[in-house]
Write a protein that binds this ligand. Sequence first.
Ligand SMILES: Nc1ncnc2c1ncn2[C@@H]1O[C@H](COP(=O)(O)OP(=O)(O)OP(=O)(O)O)[C@@H](O)[C@H]1O
Ligand SMILES: [Mg+2]
Length: 344
Amino acid sequence: MFDFFAGMFSTDLAIDLGTSNTLLFVRGKGIVINEPSVVAVQQLPGGRRELLAVGREAKDMLGRTPGDIQAIKPVKQGVIADFEATAEMLRTFIQKAHGRKALVKPRIIICVPVGITEVEKRAVRESAESASAREVHLIEEPMAAAIGAGMPITEPSGNMIVDVGGGTCEVAVISLGGIVYNRSIRVGGDKMDLAIMNHIKRRYSLLVGEQTAEQIKIKIGNAYPDDEIATMEVKGRDLVAGVPKTVEVNSDEIREAMSEPINNIVEAVRISLERTPPELASDIVDRGIILTGGGSLLHNFDTLLREETGLPVYLAEEPVTGTVTGAGIALEQLDLLQQVSIES
Ligand SMILES: Nc1ncnc2c1ncn2[C@@H]1O[C@H](COP(=O)(O)OP(=O)(O)OP(=O)(O)O)[C@@H](O)[C@H]1O
Ligand SMILES: [Mg+2]
């Protein structure tokens, strides 16, 4: 009877605290928050800061803020870089997720990069505790992503997942509920945006912001050429004249501009395949590679990886929400949670 009520009023949460996006999954409800990991603060005299906005509202302020207002991305390369801002962001999202039920102290499971340090773990744990968590569990991101993608992670067979996020790319081979091999590089969608900004600056003497670069990548970017070349008009500030200017860019030059970060990711997958124990490698040859993370939505990225590895490559059904969904599934199955969480 007690369990029944505890379940009914449960506010247990899964959180994917990403470099680009933070997602919250409420047990029994599903995903309730999916917003950019951005916090806008106002600098006050005496070094204090006042929170102005979080999430989507704050992201719209990126690159558009007057002097005393700052839009911060508190998570860098998958780990907390600004503890205070992260805690504020989590508090706000958790309140939003719970609505009036905020009194109940939740059990929280948080996705973390593979191999984070003890100090980083403590920062994640404390930021959740300061947002009133009763019990905090940590799960490694590729594990959560693999569960979310429906991979048979508890079977004695090799499963390879490649998660291309905003700040990182993580390659992992999972078998029997554990990560057998992992390779993480600090390259993801953000580096592609940066490469586009640099290209436009060099080629056209035009300054564009990160947001514009990201839009170009999503709209016309690709990792492997199509039959047709797409074009797009881009507005920015002329470096020489200092005035607004518009230029036209095409998909070929954008792919070329992004080639370094994209090659880094392909290389990470190649090295991982070479270093995977042979039995598991042969499973991967049969089952293929699962691609997830927002960065894997780059047009034709799966095609490129298929060409480069000669293996079957499948895009996960929900590349952006898969990780938090996987953590949410673990939250609902205690035996699975015990098996896959890295600290109890
Ligand atoms: N359609 C798309 N084409 C290309 N890139 C995309 C697309 N949609 C989203 N992205 C990119 O995906 C990235 C964000 O992915 P995701 O939300 O998985 O990252 P994250 O989990 O926040 O980051 P990390 O896992 O590195 O901490 C961003 O760089 C974004 O520009
Ligand atoms: Mg991620």
